[in-house]
Write a protein of this length. Structure first.
Length: 632
């Protein structure tokens, strides 16, 4: 049989479409042409990477040859959602096959899919025809591909699934919410079968210290860590923007004034030119991603992306947050600034206070049981024991500097009521002037009382109901860290509806670990809101304050370790600090601001009838000592 030297085949148009070589443009170019933004300032327009030039380099890296995983450690509000959805939509257009989208919890996942992803999918002329249907667990496409939807809370959603491409949002929350297992590794295992063809994109804001999941991923597990290098519009120097170079004009220290007058700037460390927001945007527009240490054909690439390069975040907002974080001793504010604005970990200082260092904070000019003239309020913390009560009384300045003016141990409930409602402390340098306790917090206990009839909790509730008079409040410590230092729950409820009884008792819940850290930070010599002790403070108080120390556990977290059982005055001092925390409403800061507004409108004499019937109403009555001290 003779075989012809050449055979000519003729393909139909459909066959030519199937067999033709697929062109895969860079993700950034494709996204700019085919994705329509659904929310934000550019809603309704095509994705504009000229507004966020730093996103294009991350998108293109994910689909480069040899790259299997990209991890992005980023501040909020910089386009993380656009980055993730653009990469997922590109995968749908050019890589048919199973995919997975994961988020921390079911509610976040459902909201993101419904409000963000599906509108982008259906809003693209190139992609809307591939959509078939969706449910809470998956999105099905007409080419046979499936996009599986998973949350960190559901091991079943990520089990028995094999995927080609995977997109993980806010991975720092996965372990925290899951409570068991390792969701990130379990999700990564879903892509093993595809080998070098797989792609994984993980995005998150770092949370906490160096043990943050995303921080560990980009700094220790990636082959390369890339940072965005900008070009100074004045001297042309290449540089990575850092929080240290954020500056404020006119030496302003008021965060609200900084935002209002737009006083925030970025100072070039080389030429000292002060960049405005516009100059920053010009510098970012001329920038590019560069690796700390370049690697030939990296398999896994990390990116660090802080809010300094975001066009949607003003330098004045960042500068105001920096001033606030540096002016107080609140670890939560400092951590949120580092994590949120800088996309950096924050490690609180370990605390191991010695009695002698506590006594070194004595102010020898301040006699015992005397209020400094700068004070605007006095608070009290009372630690409940089976047969007695330990208490600590602190005076507070307007900027939350504090002074220990009294402490000790009392025996009966009558002593507690006399301390809270009747005790008056003289004001230093103001003969005849004195100040009483504005707010007191008492431990609700739980142990059996000496009478073996009521528990201490029942006794505390009963006395606070009958004799609290808006000044004495029951508190309870939380066993775990909470998102606010002070919160509350209702004790007195209607029997059928379960609704709070108007004017009924509230139990205030304290983040004990946070408040104790705050106390010790304020006792340090370099504190921004220092706590000083009166000249008569004895070794007993110092011993109680040094009864606990903060140590790092094997897990990497910080825990309080008991050095001595005698820690009652430490607990009492911590409760007195809780009374002035901004999360206890009405807060001291709010009342002072209201008092300032009232003073600007009309002069109200301390203790007058007008003071009791003013717009502050009940709050003014409890804050009469504050107003009297301020009006002098």
């Amino acid at each position: 049989m003779t075989v012809p030297e050449s055979v000519r085949f003729t393909f139909t148009a459909a066959e030519r479409d199937i067999y033709r070589k697929r062109e895969r443009p860079p993700v950034s170019a494709w996204a700019s042409q085919h994705i329509v933004v659904q929310d934000g300032p550019y809603a309704g327009s095509r994705l504009r990477l000229d507004a966020t030039p730093y996103l294009g380099g991350i998108m293109d890296t994910l689909y480069q040859s040899g790259v299997e995983e990209v991890d992005v450690c980023a501040s909020p509000q910089g386009g993380k959602s656009e980055l993730m959805f653009a990469c997922l939509l590109y995968s749908i257009a050019h890589y048919p096959g199973p995919k997975l989208l994961a988020m921390p919890d079911e509610a976040t996942l459902a909201r993101a899919v419904t409000k963000k992803f599906l509108p982008r999918l259906k809003g693209s002329a190139a992609l809307r025809r591939v959509y078939l249907r969706d449910n809470k667990d998956a999105i099905e496409l007409r080419d046979g591909s499936t996009i599986y939807l998973s949350s960190a809370l559901s091991p079943a959603q990520r089990a028995s699934v094999t995927v080609l491409h995977e997109f993980l949002d806010e991975v720092d929350l996965y372990r925290q919410l899951a409570g068991q297992g390792d969701p990130i590794n379990e999700l990564r295992e879903r892509t093993i079968s595809y080998g070098p063809k797989r792609r994984v994109l993980a995005v998150a804001k770092p949370m906490g210290d160096e043990t943050s999941t995303i921080w560990t991923m980009v700094t220790k597990e990636c082959d390369e860590l890339r940072r965005y290098v900008v070009v100074c519009p004045c001297c042309g120097t290449l540089q990575v923007m850092t929080l240290d170079n954020v500056a404020v004009l006119d030496g302003c220290t008021d965060p609200r004034e900084i935002k209002r007058r737009r006083l925030g700037r970025y100072q070039c460390p080389h030429c000292k030119y002060m960049w405005t927001d516009h100059a920053r945007d010009v510098a970012v527009g001329r920038g590019e991603w560069r690796a700390d240490e370049a690697v030939l054909r990296p398999r896994r690439v990390g990116f660090h992306m802080c809010s300094l390069i975001y066009p949607f975040v003003s330098l004045s907002e960042i500068a105001a947050d920096k001033v606030e974080a540096e002016s107080i001793d609140d670890d939560k504010v400092k951590r949120e600034f580092r994590n949120g604005r800088g996309a950096l970990p924050f490690t609180p200082v370990e605390i191991d206070t010695k009695p002698e260092s506590v006594l070194a904070r004595r102010a020898m000019w301040l006699p015992a049981k005397t209020v400094p003239v700068e004070a605007v309020a006095v608070t009290c913390g009372i630690d409940t024991q089976a047969t007695s009560f330990w208490f600590a009384v602190l005076a507070w300045g307007a900027s939350l500097q504090s002074w220990l003016i009294d402490y000790g141990q009392i025996a009966t409930w009558e002593d507690v009521m006399a301390l809270v409602h009747e005790t008056r402390y003289p004001i230093l340098g103001r003969p005849g002037a004195d100040m009483g306790i504005w707010r007191a917090a008492i431990d609700s206990g739980g142990n059996v009382s000496e009478h073996q009839v009521l528990t201490r909790t029942e006794e505390v509730y009963a006395w606070c109901r009958s004799r609290g008079e808006g000044r004495l409040f029951p508190i309870k410590g939380r066993s775990r860290e909470h998102y606010v230092p002070v919160s509350w729950s209702v004790v007195d409820k209607l029997p059928k509806s379960g609704r709070a009884i108007p004017g009924g008792l509230r139990l205030y819940l304290l983040d004990v670990g946070y408040l104790k850290r705050l106390v010790f930070k304020r006792l340090s010599p370099d504190a921004r809101q220092p706590m000083l002790l009166n000249a008569g403070t004895e070794a007993t108080y110092a011993k109680h304050m040094a009864a606990e120390r903060l140590v790092r556990a094997r897990s990497g977290t910080f825990v309080w370790e008991a050095v001595s059982r005698e820690n009652h005055l430490l607990d009492a001092t911590m409760m007195a600090h809780a009374c002035t925390d901004g999360s206890w409403t009405p807060s001291l800061q709010y009342l002072l601001a209201q008092a300032d507004e009232q003073e600007a409108d009309q002069a109200i004499a301390p203790g007058s009838a007008a003071n009791e019937t003013s717009t502050l109403a009940m709050a003014a009555r409890r804050a009469s000592d504050i107003l009297a001290a301020r009006r002098g």
